[in-house]
Design a protein around this ligand. Sequence first.
Ligand code: PLP
Length: 384
Amino acid sequence: MGLMRDTAVYLDHAASAPLRPEAREALLPFLDGHFGNPSSVHRFGRDARAALEDARARLARVIGAAPGEIVFTRAGTEADNLAVLGRARERPGAPVAVSAIEHKAVLASAHAAEEAGSPLVLLPVDGDGVVRLGAVDAALEARPAVVSVMWANNEVGALQPVGEIGARCRAAGVAFHSDAVQALGKVPVRVDQVPVDLLAFSAHKVGGPKGVGALYVRRGTRLHPLLFGGGQERGMRPGTEDVAGAAAFAAAAEGADAERETAMARIGALRDRLEAGLREAVPGVVVNAAGAPRLPTISNLSIPGADPELLLMGLDLEGIAASSGSACQSGAVEPSHVLTAMGIPRELAGPSIRFSLGWTTTEDDVARVLEVFPRVAARVGAAG
Ligand code: PLP
């Protein structure tokens, strides 16, 4: 903690956000007592069950769902897998349509479904990373088992037209899944306002602990489970529940959502200042997805001529933590599949860097990046 608070500038919230104080508070009772198994009938079990159901109801309230529509999972990846593969297995042989800019948790699930006999339809995006609605319409003609388009992209922050896509899917009688891992707590994510059937969430992206997630499953949406066991989570996700994680997730989601509007106005202004300052100081810098409605927390920049790995290392030496593309891909030599799908040429897609801001980000953090970045970028080959 001292590392983060005292010396470092942490601008990698989209990889993982620092634990929020509400989430920490919610975890503490489970470290000392409250260890019961929620399936046990005795008082220890009932105590754990009450905490789990409280967490479920609170998370449901944040997104406008009924508590019975929340399935706690082991992280966002598992929620995405359950949505995509769970639907594919409901309708064997039917296509699975996912956007080209999905997180690997969705893309790899769709590829796994393809290997099992579900034709894969990749939905293209425009130059700002927004899914083309015409492609959704075309895909719906083949009545896919599921359409999966994320709410907000994790690399460039582009918000997707989930309302329009959901309406089209509903009219066609096709299940619509959206990976809302990066959207929760940053933009309104309400199932009573957007026609969506499945939504994936991850606690650690909203200031909860790692290894906890949830899948919203609209009542009536049929889903094949991926795991088999004791029947927990209505058979959708068997295995003794992570009660502490669920409680901390609910607390983090509530906290982030309660202050969402003020926090996002503040963070968006910092992000804009960061982008304006870098554009001025490093000629040739391109802000990716700048023309799309975007999360206020993410800035994805192409720095022509720069070596992105050296750039990240140089920034790290100065105490600044950022990421190239998505964290899950760092170390990969190929340019990001998201930037490639947006049609960004290799010489710009390669040297790209993502800053992601969040609840701990300050004006001083941004000032420090503006002070250090031009020097580091020039050292690693930026064309400026
Ligand atoms: N979906 C998106 C959009 C993400 O950004 C991530 C995290 O990188 C995930 C899914 C996976 O979530 P988790 O890390 O909880 O498995």
